[in-house]
Design a protein around this ligand. Structure first.
Ligand code: SF4
Ligand code: SF4
Length: 375
């Protein structure tokens, strides 16, 4: 067995579903990344722009690195919805993959060192979403899947439902020879189904239009013209994955990941009632749902309630409109109330009062548009 084969066998022993090796060098898609950034499609993901030189050439950050051992862990499961409505990206329903994969990568690292496939001091880094790398591009080169029109990676067994992590090694391992067979072919289901037309060309997602970006990463209220397209998505969006024909072949791994109590027992109204980061940490500990922080969760909940139009959530929306410290939450609450209950004289009165006292210029303008009946 070659060193490379042994490293891949160890990755499987640790529990990863997929593993492959690629040389540590400039990713094939470095030029596409530069074009994406130049077009502003990274939205507020400024760290990518700041780190572009290191991402385009990882040997700058890790001059002694030679190989990337890339691993995949599947997370396919049925769709997930909060009690009373509100959709959550499937990957986020259970345990936080950063913790799970981080532990597995550390175990793999120890096993590699024990077998002399890496050295304690020389093993550069292990990461899940944490290193300045164009992960998907390296993973495609390592044979974990093929690049799709939805800008993710597809595997014949797991479709788009798998996480990617990596170890940077200072030993030369033979690259994995061939990627799995498959392609999007003439399919364009994801492009046609995306609710906000965020897939602007095959393989190119404009984060400025993407629901996942706005509900997980952004600290601002999303642009008005996109809001209706969010529907009931309160954290992430699975539309481009769930319509993919490759996705239907994946196994149900709900048991592997479990259901976090904040998903099992939570509701959008509860998200709107969260008062501070301490409450968020307590409620969402060990869940990826913490990522947007208190204001992001409340904003997402307010917008999703506008799509669900449950009148019993009016109380929470009105409270958010009147008392929330965050302008983007007040803006989202006003938008939802205007959309669902704007014809009610009491609600209209509350919206007018909120607009009159609003101190944030952008939120005030949105509230004016609401009162003028703008979509
Ligand atoms: S995650 Fe949703 S919004 Fe983003 S590209 Fe996919 S379908 Fe479109
Ligand atoms: S939906 Fe079709 S075009 Fe989109 S990623 Fe899947 S196979 Fe490719």
């Amino acid at each position: 067995m070659s060193k490379s084969e042994r490293a891949l066998a160890l990755a499987r022993e640790v529990g990863f579903d997929l593993a492959g090796v690629a040389p540590l060098r400039a990713p094939r898609d470095a030029e596409r990344l530069r074009e994406w950034l130049a077009a502003g499609r990274h939205a507020g993901l400024e760290w990518i722009a700041r780190d572009v030189e290191r991402i385009a050439d990882p040997t700058l950050a890790w001059p002694t690195g030679r190989s990337l051992l890339i691993v995949g862990l599947a997370h396919s499961r049925p769709a997930v919805e909060l009690e009373g409505g509100g959709r959550i990206a499937r990957y986020a329903a259970g345990r936080d993959y950063h913790n799970v994969m981080g532990r597995m990568l550390r175990k793999l690292r120890r096993a590699l060192i024990k077998e002399g496939l890496a050295t304690e001091g020389g093993l550069a880094r292990a990461g899940v979403d944490a290193l300045p790398l164009l992960e998907r591009s390296h993973a495609a080169e390592a044979g974990l899947g093929f690049a799709s029109k939805a800008a993710n990676l597809l595997h014949p067994s797991f479709g788009p439902w798998f996480f990617v992590g990596e170890l940077i090694l200072d030993v030369e391992l033979d690259p994995t020879p061939t990627p799995p067979a498959g392609s999007c072919g003439t399919c364009r289901a994801c492009i046609d189904a995306c609710p906000t037309e965020a897939i602007v060309a095959p393989g190119v997602v404009d984060a400025r239009r993407c629901i996942s970006y706005h509900t997980i990463e952004s600290t601002q209220a999303p642009p008005r013209e996109l809001r209706a397209g969010f529907g009931a998505w309160a954290f992430g969006c699975d539309v481009c994955s769930q319509v993919c024909p490759w996705a239907s072949k994946a196994p149900d791994l709900a048991e592997r990941w479990g259901v976090h109590r904040a998903v099992e027992q939570g509701s959008l109204a509860e998200w709107l009632r969260l008062r501070d980061e301490e409450q968020v940490s307590e409620r969402f500990e060990g869940s990826p749902l913490q990522r947007p922080r208190r204001a992001g969760l409340a904003r997402n909940a307010a917008l999703a309630l506008g799509a669900i139009a449950k009148h019993r959530a009016d109380r929470e929306l009105l409270d958010a409109l009147a008392f929330d410290d965050d302008a983007s939450v007040r803006d989202a609450a006003a938008w939802s109330l205007a959309r669902t209950r704007g014809a009610d004289p009491l609600v209209r009165g509350a919206l007018e009062a909120a607009q009159a006292r609003e101190t944030d210029a952008a939120a005030r303008e949105q509230m004016r548009l609401n009162l003028d009946g703008a979509p």
